[in-house]
Design a protein around this ligand. Structure first.
Ligand code: ADP
Ligand code: MG
Length: 388
């Protein structure tokens, strides 16, 4: 199954139609924000490392109408539970609505005079696939509401708006997001990946025109989540932070491979080796992209996967099968993306092999008794925007 990004006009009309149908309201503001996939740089953000995500064409659209009172009504095509409350109650919204109401709360908390409103959501970002549907929702809401309360947030204040969306996810939805998702959803540009360096929070556009190279990025959503409580994220993070402490470092960003022998513990050494080598791989990937060395990019994706599988131990049978099969069917390289234990994988594939690689993965999944996966093409797209 291929998930298409949908016609942007249809999505926009879809959100407006939901608003009309549920609340009898005509939208006065519309906005969109993209999902994202991380090309490389996994499990390094909490060690001040860099990563290289791109925004997808797959996006979340919102349509809203401000109200004269302090009521907030939220509805999404992807939930059968609309939410209704007051502006004050946005701070304690639960479920899917927390991601949207949380943004209203964060904007108010920053001193902006947010009005009551009715808001509808439509989206082609797969939910819970590690492609950041949550940040897409927050950033679409953020842009739409910012246009009403402080339009500077759409231009010079974009980073601040991303921060407010991060606060919504952390403080209202209660998810420990690192902030990458909202950063790329807000700052991405079409035709480029966004190098985000958590050492100094700097961002750089890295041109990525795969179509011109006859290549494509195939994303496969395994549609499984083997996550225990926190997805193993907390345990891996603790291991790698303990490794940094034992080396006397604030984070593994300052570590070098040669130092890791001093870590007595074999498990900690492997965890640290993933972080150190993954940070090196991001820089190598940027170099390879700049020189057009696609074979090297593929090799780096493969090496990232092996490191996440063997050293960080966050892969799973479905992710290993998706990446191995993609390589065997002609991919230049493939790796799991996101936190791990399920979610999605990405493969760099000659454009004419995309369908064949996806079909090979489908066949392998069926033979292994796994649920059919979902595929999409990742095309580097632009960040959140108000729709005129
Ligand atoms: P990811 O961001 O990788 O897709 P998360 O668990 O971070 O996964 O966020 C998924 C959650 O975000 C969903 O469970 C839902 O609560 C909310 N969400 C995202 N997109 C939508 C949408 N279009 N409509 C309703 N809720 C959404
Ligand atoms: Mg998310």
């Amino acid at each position: 199954m291929f998930l298409t990004p949908g016609d942007p006009d249809d999505l926009r009309l879809g959100a407006a139609a939901i608003l009309r149908q549920h609340y009898g309201a005509e939208a006065t503001v519309a906005a969109r924000a993209p999902g994202r996939v991380n090309l490389i740089g996994e499990h390094v953000d909490y060690h001040r490392g860099p990563c290289l995500p791109l925004a997808l064409e797959h996006a979340t659209h919102v349509a809203l109408r401000p109200r004269d009172d302090d009521r907030v009504r939220l509805v999404s095509r992807h939930s059968d539970e609309p939410w209704e409350g007051t502006l004050d109650e946005c701070a304690s919204a639960t479920g899917w609505a927390a991601y949207a109401a949380g943004v209203l709360w964060a904007l108010r908390d920053s001193g902006r005079a947010v009005p009551g409103l009715d808001l509808a959501v439509d989206s082609t970002v797969p939910v819970g696939a590690g492609l950041s549907s949550s940040a897409a929702l927050e950033c679409a809401v953020g842009v739409a509401v910012a246009s009403l309360v402080d339009p500077d947030l759409l231009t010079t204040g974009r980073r601040e708006l991303a921060q407010l969306c991060i606060r919504a996810e952390r403080e209202v939805a209660g998810a420990p997001t690192g902030g990458l998702d909202q950063t790329v959803a807000m700052l991405a540009e079409a035709g480029a990946a966004l190098l985000v360096d958590f050492d100094d929070d700097s961002t750089h556009q890295v041109p990525l025109d795969l179509t011109a190279e006859g290549l494509a990025l195939l994303v496969t959503d395994t549609r499984v989540s083997h996550a225990l409580v926190d997805g193993g994220y907390g345990a891996r993070r603790e291991d790698s932070e303990e490794a940094a402490r034992r080396l006397g470092l604030e984070s593994l960003r300052e570590a070098r491979l040669g130092m890791l022998d001093d870590l007595g513990d074999e498990r900690l050494r492997r965890r640290a080796r993933h972080v150190v080598t993954e940070i090196e791989r991001v820089a190598a990937t940027v170099d390879a992209l700049e020189s057009g060395d696609w074979t090297a990019v593929g090799g780096l994706l493969d090496a990232s996967h092996a490191s996440l599988r063997d050293d960080y131990e966050v892969s799973c049978a479905e992710l290993d099968l998706a990446t191995t099969t993609a390589r065997e069917a002609g991919a230049l390289g493939a790796r799991m993306v996101g936190g791990g234990f399920g979610g999605s994988a990405v493969a760099l594939v000659p454009a004419e092999r995309v369908e064949a690689v996806a079909a090979a993965v489908d066949t392998a999944f069926a033979a292994a008794g796994h649920r059919p996966p979902a595929h999409l093409r990742a095309v580097a797209s632009s960040g959140a925007a108000l729709l005129g």
